[in-house]
Design a protein around this ligand. Structure first.
Ligand code: SF4
Length: 220
């Protein structure tokens, strides 16, 4: 386990070289705004979500606003994020839950966040990590792809990848690792054409070893 953790930390240190500011790219000013933004980000780019929430949050941004919003109006406002009907229903349900069960405050624990209607484990982990400064490994499509390509895990199940990553990575770096893997997946290790020539972790990557052969490992 120590060896695995050592390698995991080396991978994170290498990723930091090309992604020196691994932070959430969604714009928000309150935990509830972040919750809404993360729900909207499913199957959508952060850039598009930020465009939509710029207008949306100028008019509606509290749990009360969204619990009472006209659903059709919300659907129109978030239409370009895709899956707008489901997302509108989830946002309204989550807002109602925040008011009725948590006194209007977004809960700050993952086990509470996952009980909100329309909030899954990935969303709960992101809100916990980004809004409340917790350590969590939220597994989205980029993190899942990277975890498989590098070789932390061979699975299509996010919960299995979360367990493997949190076993391999020290807890103090879970949130940083989540952001690093997302940035790397978004800008370098892309789904269709990974840009391995720009990558700093080739020597630790199973995918690279299969495609290009095993590079010589260096000290740092
Ligand atoms: S070497 Fe290629 S496949 Fe492996 S993590 Fe880097 S970009 Fe992705």
């Amino acid at each position: 386990m120590d060896g695995k953790r050592d390698v995991a930390e080396k991978i994170l240190d290498r990723l930091l070289v090309i992604h020196p500011q691994p932070v959430c790219e969604l714009n928000f000013s309150t935990p509830f705004e972040l919750l809404v933004a993360v729900i909207l980000s499913a199957q959508c780019t952060d850039k598009r979500v930020n465009e939509v929430t710029k207008t949306l949050f100028a008019k509606y941004n509290t749990p009360e606003d969204f619990a009472n919003i006209d659903r059709e109006e919300l659907e129109k406002l978030i239409y370009s994020c895709g899956f707008y009907k489901n997302k509108a229903a989830n946002i309204i349900s989550a807002a109602t839950d925040v008011i009725t069960r948590f006194g209007g405050q977004v809960p700050s624990r993952v086990d509470q966040l996952v009980t909100l209607a329309g909030v899954g484990r990935k969303t709960a982990n992101v809100v916990y990590a980004v809004a409340f400064g917790g350590q969590a490994m939220a597994v989205d499509t980029h993190v899942l792809r990277l975890a498989n390509r590098i070789g932390f895990v061979k699975t299509d199940r996010p919960e299995v990848a979360e367990k493997a990553l949190t076993d391999a990575i020290p807890e103090r770096r879970w949130t940083e690792a989540h952001h690093l893997l997302i940035h790397h997946g978004r800008y370098v290790c892309k789904a269709r054409n990974p840009e391995c020539d720009k990558c700093t972790i080739c020597e630790y990557c199973d995918y690279y070893a299969q495609i290009c052969g095993n590079p010589v490992k260096t000290e740092n």
